[in-house]
Design a protein around this ligand. Structure first.
Ligand SMILES: Nc1ncnc2c1ncn2[C@@H]1O[C@H](COP(=O)(O)OP(=O)(O)O)[C@@H](O)[C@H]1O
Ligand SMILES: [Mg+2]
Length: 259
């Protein structure tokens, strides 16, 4: 299934009743099994765009549609991982992971098999009966990822899922996400303001500008999917990082002044 984002524009009215164009002229697609990363400074419209693709917000103009879904009448299934860890505190890890499955009317047996499969995949085996408050930040995000995967989505959406984690946990989670992605090969839209993370994960990086959020450039990362952090790719990795940084440097400085 291919996701097409066509001429999307989004306007908001801010607190002073001024109209703000958060996104403008947004055109791109996410191919089957493609990992697309949206990168840009704070306030450039990344979350707004992800929410529009996920159907949680409607665009002021333009549309998002899905091509090549086999069962045409059925809406595509989406798995979403937010920056704020959105686990239900009164449910255990297992109960959180199977939440979407239950909603869809899966049987107890199905929930058990699929739930356990993804709990194992994210490395939470043994923590099925723990409650969110008993988990570290990294483990909560693992549970959030397992929950998104458990519905076996057509499209995985992730909005800065690791930005609340410390640097070491973040690096580990990035590696694990790649390993998981390699097994599931889900079409993915991933949002980050972290350039290193974008180059490490993406097939293509979409660089957004701010005020209004427009696509500055789409950069294909021509490196093997796995092991991009190896020494032999260091130069190319840094070249991509520099290229992206040069595109967003000015906007990032402006964003700091507003913060
Ligand atoms: N519900 C809203 N009402 C008004 N303005 C909004 C709303 N949501 C986002 N914005 C504005 O749209 C712009 C983009 O926000 P956002 O998508 O959250 O950026 P990012 O995720 O890149 O940091 C910002 O200027 C923000 O203030
Ligand atoms: Mg955001």
């Amino acid at each position: 299934m291919k996701v097409v984002i066509e001429n999307v524009e989004k306007r908001f009215v801010d607190k002073k009743k001024n109209e703000v164009t958060a996104l403008k002229n947004i055109n791109f697609s996410i191919e089957e099994q493609e990992f697309v990363v949206l990168v840009g400074p704070s306030g450039c419209g990344k979350s707004t765009l992800l929410n529009i693709v996920g159907g949680l917000l409607s665009p002021s103009l333009g549309e998002v549609y899905f091509e090549g879904k086999q069962e045409k009448e059925k809406e595509p299934t989406l798995g979403i991982v937010f920056q704020e860890i959105a686990l239900l505190p009164w449910r255990t890890v297992y109960q959180n992971v199977i939440y979407g499955l239950e909603e869809r009317g899966a049987s107890k047996q199905e929930c058990k098999e699929i739930g356990q499969h993804y709990i194992d995949m994210v490395g939470l085996t043994g923590f099925e009966n723990s409650f969110p408050k008993q988990l570290s930040g990294g483990m909560k995000q693992r549970a959030g990822i397992a929950r998104a995967l458990a519905v076996e989505p057509d499209l995985l959406l992730m909005d800065e899922p690791f930005s609340a984690l410390d640097a070491q946990t973040r690096t580990i989670m990035q590696e694990e996400l790649l390993t998981i992605w390699n097994r599931t090969k889900l079409s993915t839209l991933y949002v980050t303001h972290n350039i290193q993370e974008a180059v490490y994960l993406a097939d293509r990086v979409i660089v957004l500008s701010r005020h209004p959020g427009e696509i500055k450039e789409i950069i294909k990362i021509d490196l093997p999917r796995m092991g991009r952090d190896q020494d032999r790719y260091r130069q190319q990795f840094e070249r991509y990082s520099d290229q992206i940084w040069n595109l967003i440097r000015h906007d990032a400085q402006e964003a700091l002044k507003e913060a």
